[in-house]
Write a protein that binds this ligand. Structure first.
Ligand code: SF4
Length: 191
C-alpha cells in the first residue's frame, strides 16, 4: 500500500514573529515523511528552498510564508492568517508530500549528486548552458536577465526557444549532462 500522510495535528500556536497579526504554528503528521523530504527539495526552484542535507531539514519559502519540515514528523509554519488558512496550507502540503512519496516509489532514492547539483545551482551556471545570443525570443532582453527569472521560478528553460531547436542537439545534450534530470525538471525542461 502506498505511503501517505492522512492528517496533521496542530499545536504550539503563537503570534508570528515577523507579523504578530498572523500566526505561526507546528503541525505533526500521522506518519514519518523523512523519505519524502529530498523529493520536496527537488520540486522547487533553489531560491525557494534551504536544505540541510545531513540533518534532512528542509525550509520552503513558498505561499508567502516559511515552512520547515523536520524528519521528526513536525512542520513549522509561519505567517498564517487563522486556522482556516492553516487547514488550507496543510492540505496543500499533504498533497505535495504524498506526491513526493509517489515519486520515491517510482524512481527510488535520489542520488547525492542530484541534490548537490540543485543546491549549488547558480545563475552563472545556467547562463553558461544557454545559447547566449541575447535574441530576445524568451521575452527577456538578454540571456542573463532570463537566467535570473529562471532562478526564482518565474520562467522555465522551455521559454528559451533556440535551446529547444532540434538543430541544436549539442546544447540539449550538454544541459542533460551538466544538470541531470531532477534539476532539469525543477527548471521546467522536462516536466
Ligand atoms: S531566448 Fe534563449 S538565447 Fe534568446 S535571449 Fe532568451 S535565453 Fe537568450
Amino acid at each position: 500500500m502506498a505511503t501517505k500522510v492522512e492528517k496533521f495535528d496542530v499545536f504550539d500556536i503563537k503570534p508570528c514573529v515577523s507579523n504578530p497579526a498572523n500566526l505561526r504554528f507546528v503541525a505533526q503528521a500521522d506518519i514519518r515523511f523523512d523519505e519524502a523530504i529530498p523529493y520536496l527539495f527537488l520540486s522547487f526552484p533553489s531560491s525557494q528552498t534551504k536544505y540541510m542535507q545531513k540533518q534532512n531539514i528542509l525550509t520552503l519559502i513558498i505561499w508567502n510564508r516559511m515552512i520547515t519540515l523536520f524528519p521528526s514528523r513536525k512542520i513549522g509554519i509561519t505567517n498564517t492568517a487563522g486556522m482556516e488558512e492553516a487547514k488550507e496550507i496543510l492540505e496543500k502540503l499533504r498533497q505535495q508530500i504524498n506526491a513526493a512519496f509517489e515519486r520515491k516509489e517510482k524512481q527510488g532514492p535520489p542520488k547525492a549528486e542530484e541534490i548537490t547539483t540543485l543546491q549549488n545551482l547558480s545563475p552563472m551556471r545556467i547562463h553558461c548552458l544557454l545559447p547566449k545570443t541575447n535574441c530576445g525570443d524568451c521575452g527577456e532582453a538578454t540571456c542573463m536577465a532570463f537566467t535570473f527569472k529562471i532562478i526564482v521560478g518565474e520562467r522555465t528553460l522551455k521559454h528559451c526557444l533556440p535551446l529547444k531547436d532540434p538543430d541544436t542537439p549539442r546544447l540539449q545534450q550538454k544541459l542533460q549532462e551538466e544538470l541531470g534530470t531532477p534539476t532539469l525538471r525543477v527548471l521546467g525542461w522536462n516536466s
